[in-house]
Write a protein that binds this ligand. Structure first.
Ligand SMILES: [Fe+2]
Ligand SMILES: [Fe+2]
Length: 182
């Protein structure tokens, strides 16, 4: 492996040049505006997922399924945490996190579907998680080494979405409604 070398004089000079850009320096290789736009879609996805899990939490309580309801609540809290992580990263990139409810559903990768039966709720959540897993994996590949901080954050969120999908698949098995091998 080659030893790490860098023109430290030049890096220090550039760091002073755009102090108002905060953590964004000349070393940032990605298209900042495109990353902000993509992160606003992720933010919308996380907000929609938070709302859907919250709805499912309250609906499930009505049909006496405390175990499942608790799982929904935990997921809602974790999606909210993801939304906060993404919004914070957007501001670090000098962008504006979009919390506008207008167009929220269009910006989101995943859908807001309620369902009435417990198993329908779990299935809708599983579909949404699998969509998020697919699009976040794409974002990670797209970012490559151009913005390692954003990539690491999306990787961390992706790992949690995979855990959510696994929780939901196991809930379906527990309820005895898992589809046979599909
Ligand atoms: Fe999430
Ligand atoms: Fe999730």
């Amino acid at each position: 492996m080659n030893s790490f070398t860098a023109d430290f004089e030049e890096i220090r000079r550039r760091a002073r040049e755009h102090m108002e850009d905060g953590p964004i320096t000349e070393a940032y290789q990605a298209d900042r505006q495109k990353v902000i736009d993509v992160l606003n879609e992720v933010l919308a996805t996380e907000i929609v997922c938070t709302l859907r899990y919250k709805a499912h939490y309250y609906l499930a309580q009505g049909i006496h399924s405390q175990g499942v309801a608790d799982e929904f609540l935990q997921h809602a809290q974790e999606e909210q945490l993801h939304a906060d992580m993404v919004a914070k990263r957007i501001t670090e990139l000098n962008g504006k996190p979009n919390f506008n409810p207008d167009g929220l559903h269009t910006r989101s990768h995943a859908e807001y579907k309620e369902g009435t039966k417990l198993e329908d709720m779990i299935r809708e959540d599983l579909v949404a998680e699998r969509i998020a897993i697919g699009t976040y994996s794409e974002i990670i590949r797209w970012l490559g080494n151009d913005d390692p901080t954003t990539r690491r954050m999306i990787e961390e969120i992706l790992a949690k979405e995979e855990e959510h999908a696994d929780d939901l698949a196991k809930l379906l098995v527990r309820l005895g409604v898992a589809s046979d091998g599909h």
